[in-house]
Design a protein around this ligand. Structure first.
Ligand code: MG
Length: 253
């Protein structure tokens, strides 16, 4: 009788404390391995093969409106925002791939149904180009029927606001670390995606976000101790350059 009571109490206690396990997002795909490169199509495929929740990548729009996948605002000195696509399309990544368009990336992503596409829209110098980028990107996602497969992130508040308008219901996360969970909720966002130092400075934001029904993500976490701290805080996602190591750490939980 006593044993059964203890067992019941343990189960009830566990239920009361259960949180969904933290999920792994590969930062710029899984690139730190043979044949891969940051933001390459190969990095998306390798993230999927590694069995992580999501694969992150960065998107900017060319002067003639083509969204391309690249981290910096330039590729080999060609500023994407002011270059026509034809002038940069043959430039190659360190693994030999040519600069991927978002459309090529989405088509590949569609064939990898188990990996969520974490689409970062980079800030552009001209706000009008940010607005153009949002419109073109949301249209492409819709064209390929990937609305449920894409989470959007951006450092630009303008981009986040435009996304909330252009893609109602799509998860939008703000990256810049300077807005409270309550304000993000008011703006219609799905959650926050902040640098781990911001969350270490404001650990209450994780709880506040959860209480508001918002999700929490943190970047770019490559240190085991910091990963463990965030796991202990029950953040929803961790974005890392070391997805396989983080996955292993979570499997030990
Ligand atoms: Mg990024």
């Amino acid at each position: 009788m006593k044993k059964r009571l203890i067992a019941t109490m343990l189960v009830a206690g566990c239920w009361g404390m259960t949180f969904a396990q933290t999920k792994v997002i590969a930062h710029r795909g899984y690139w730190d391995c043979e044949g891969s490169a940051q933001n390459s199509v190969a990095a998306l495929v390798k993230a999927s093969e590694a069995g992580v929740f999501g694969s992150e990548f960065d998107v900017s729009v060319t002067a003639d409106g083509i969204p391309v996948v690249n981290h910096d605002d330039d590729i080999r000195g060609h500023v994407i925002e002011t270059s026509v696509y034809a002038s940069i399309k043959d430039l190659t990544l360190p693994n030999g791939e040519t600069l991927p368009t978002l459309e090529q990336y989405l088509v590949k992503g569609k064939s990898l149904p188990d990996v969520q596409l974490i689409l970062e829209i980079k800030p552009h110098k001209q706000e009008a180009n940010e607005d153009r980028a949002v419109k073109a990107i949301v249209e492409l996602v819709k064209k390929h029927g990937l609305e449920k497969r894409v989470d959007y992130i951006s450092f630009s508040m303008n981009i986040c606001k435009e996304l909330v308008k252009a893609a109602p219901g799509a998860p939008v996360y703000y990256l810049n670390g300077d807005v409270t969970p309550a304000e993000l909720k008011r703006l219609g966002m799905a959650g926050l995606d902040y640098h781990y130092k911001v969350l270490q400075k404001h650990p209450q934001w994780i709880k506040e976000a959860r209480a508001l029904g918002l999700k929490t993500n943190s970047w770019t976490v490559n240190n085991t101790k910091t990963m463990q701290w965030l796991i202990d805080q029950n953040v929803d996602f961790i974005t890392t350059d070391k997805p396989v190591e983080l996955k292993r750490l979570l499997e030990q939980e």
